[in-house]
Design a binder for this molecule. Structure first.
Ligand code: URA
Length: 215
């Protein structure tokens, strides 16, 4: 998939700070504690981009010098849905920037033989239909798990969904976009390909293992 074949609603957040931190995360010598910290820092920058179109209004306030009509958020309700377990690494930075967002969790893992998603947990706010849903998962690989998770959220009534992934493979982007063309995807980088085990190459390895040192 060349850049020209990437879907129009894909946003690549290739900011110098993001790319620098991502390079440090990719390095296999980076320890887990540093990896987690970098992921948190990058998630702040991704949150900044995903929040760009939040509706605004104004409010009359007084500065020490004058009254003014000042821009404020209109109050669109948000929910950040973390795909366990690696999604939690992106969740924390997102909450730093959007502290009043609700949080949902979907436990889903890929069967290592079939690479198909298996769901084992789901808890999201009941009023999800009225909320902007930001799904977070660091690695968009085959897209099987993320696509299944988005479908479950839609089944619960979610209508306004964005997906934030740190790293993506062309295959995953294509898959999610084919299943959910209404979902805008934000990612820091699109890597070359998937290997035969469904890992992103060059990638950064298993994000959950890198975060939690479980290898
Ligand atoms: N999940 C990961 O953690 N890493 C990959 O490369 C692919 C899926």
């Amino acid at each position: 998939m060349s850049k020209a074949d990437l879907p129009a609603n894909l946003v690549i957040v290739d900011h110098p700070l993001v790319l620098h931190k991502l390079t440090l995360m990719r390095d296999k010598h980076t320890p887990s504690a540093v990896f987690r910290q970098l992921l948190r820092e990058i998630s702040l920058l991704l949150a900044y981009e995903v929040a760009r179109d939040l509706p605004m209004t104004t409010q009359t306030i007084e500065t020490p010098l004058a009254e003014m009509e000042a821009p404020i958020l209109k109050g669109k309700k948000l929910v950040i849905v973390s795909i366990l377990r690696a999604g939690n690494g992106l969740l924390e930075g997102m909450l730093d920037l959007m502290p009043s967002a609700r949080v949902g969790h979907i436990g889903i893992y890929r069967n290592p033989d079939t690479l198909q998603p298996v769901e084992y947990y789901m808890k999201v706010p009941e009023d999800i239909a009225e909320r902007r849903v930001i799904v977070v998962d660091p690695m968009l690989a085959t897209g099987n798990s993320v696509s299944a998770a988005i479908q479950r959220l839609k089944d619960k009534g979610a209508k306004d969904i964005k997906l934030v992934c740190l790293l993506s493979a062309p295959e995953g982007i294509k898959h999610v976009n084919a299943d959910h063309p209404d979902v805008q995807i934000f990612t820091a980088a699109v890597d070359r390909k998937l290997n035969s085990h469904g890992y992103i190459v060059p990638g950064l390895g298993d994000a959950g293992d890198r975060m939690f040192g479980t290898k």
